[in-house]
Design a protein. Sequence first.
Length: 247
Amino acid sequence: MYFLGTNGWFSSPTGDTPCILIDSKDQYVVFDAGNGLYKLDSFIKEDKPIYLFISHFHIDHVSGFHVLNKFNFKQGLDIYVPEIKKEAFDLLVAPPFTIAPNKLRMRVDIHELSEGEYTVPLKVTCLELFHSYRGFGYRFELEGKIICYSGDTGVCDNSYSLFKNADVLIHECSLLPGQKDEKEWGHVSPTEAARLAKDAGIKKLVLTHFDANQYRSFEQRKEAEKAAKTIFSNTIAVEDGMSIELV
C-alpha cells in the first residue's frame, strides 16, 4: 500500500491531498483522486485492472482528475463514484476545467455505486458516512484481508457496520488531539479514530488526511499517533511516500 497524498484540504510541504494505491495480486486499487494522483504512473507498471474509488467530491479528493491526461495506461481506468455523482464528474472533467474523458489518451469509464455490496470483480461494500457533503466509506476484500477506507467522516453508526473486524482501517484524522468537531463538518481527532478502531475490533489503524492548516509539521503527526496509541496501540500516522505491507 502506497501513500501518494496524505494531506487534507490543500497540498503543502507536509504532502499532497488524498490518494492511496494498493498493488494487489490481481488489480490495482486506488482510494481518492487528490493531488497525489499525479504520482500514480510511478507505481503502476503492470497491465492489471485499475479501480479508482472516490469517497466524495470535495475538491481535495478529486483535484487530481485534472492530470488524467498525464496517463496512458494500456488497461484504462475504471472510476467508481457514489450514486448521483457522475453528474459532478461530468461537470468537473470537461472544458473549461480540463480535458473531457473522450479526449484522454486512455479509456476511462465511470460507474455509480449505491449503498450495498458489489463485485467489480473485487468484493466491495459501500455505505454513506457522516460528512458535510454526502460521501461513502468502503470495505474491500483483497487477498484474504479486509481493507477499509473512510474518506472524510465523523464517527457514526455506519462506521461500526462498515469497518467491523477489518484487518486495516485507513481513517481520516483532520482534527488535532483533544479537538472537537464544533461545526459538525464530519471529521475526527486521533483519539476518536482510535476509540472507533478499538470498539470495532480493527487490527491496524492508519491515520491520514491531516488538515494541512492545523497539521503543519510531521512532528504534529507523530503527536497524533502517540495520542491514538494510548487507546489503540497498533496505530500509524502516515506521510507521503510511505508504504505498508498488507501481510
